[in-house]
Design a protein around this ligand. Sequence first.
Ligand code: AHG
Ligand code: MN
Ligand code: MN
Length: 336
Amino acid sequence: MPNKKQTLGEFIIENQSSFKYTSGELSRLINSIRLAAKVVNHEVNKAGLVDIIGAAGDTNIQGEDQQKLDVYANDKFIQTMTKRNIVCGIASEEEDDFITINSQDENHQNKYVVLIDPLDGSSNIDVNVSVGTIFSIYRRVTPVGTPVTMEDFLQKGNQQVAAGYVVYGTSTMLVYTTGDGVNGFTLNPAIGSFYLSHPNMQFPEDGTIYSVNEGNYVHFPLGIKKYIKYCQEEKDNRPYTSRYIGSLVSDFHRNMIKGGIYMYPKSYKAPNGKLRLLYECNPMAFLAEQANGKASDGYTRIMDIKPTELHQRVPFICGSKNMVEKAEEFMRDNVE
Ligand code: AHG
Ligand code: MN
Ligand code: MN
């Protein structure tokens, strides 16, 4: 019986020794993400007060410029990780290039790089719908003590040492993996601590929810069109339920708990889909696999794709194992 009162801080310390590279550096890194998440959560919660405190681009009552929340979240995560001096490099969806951290220690002793989507689902902020943060952590491949290079960031997803997300929802949760299952922690806002609320999260092998922006239907590949028709067919336990929030983090979170599939296929408008391999797909794929789910671009395991550029996009199909395999079957059988 898991101890429901365990805090994220306690959990990190307790599990540090079971992690194969146990220097404490990764624990400190996850701790700093936890801290930045609380700060961003506070700001996200105020988004509805926009008429009172001013919209992005306005100047607030203290004479400070109001920032867009995605810029704010980007700054907070980067500042926290930079100040605490625990990574050697950061790449963010909001930055054109990766950031090299000049460690205060002699010769950049830090081993980890972080890739981050600071605010996912940003189009949902103005309408009080859940948004998130996604992060992905790798060990650098270039020697410790030298500045990071592109090679440190363009690693396959199967090299991730940790990944996770924060969902700023009806409750704020931090969900992460270090390669030993997926655990979810809920923020108690009165106390400011995350508590282990969802130990060992697992996708049900089968599900009844499909999540896709069906407005793009006419532009989808034939395999996806036919899979959507399959989801809607009246047979066995179908038709499935359609649920699409438009925040990957929230759609993924619901599907992991209830069983479902999320798809952002390629379309004629977006030949590689929309989602970014390094900031969105790889971390979600790592979480999915650690939770007994699956993630694919329709043909290939997401985490086996060799990235060629930082902001690369890929088609993304992710969720309950049997559902993803069914969608892949439709892709294979309907070559255009
Ligand atoms: P971001 O806000 O980081 O740019 O990501 C938005 C992504 C993802 O969260 C969501 O599922 C998808 O874009 C929604 O796109 P559509 O509006 O095209 O459906
Ligand atoms: Mn995103
Ligand atoms: Mn984003």
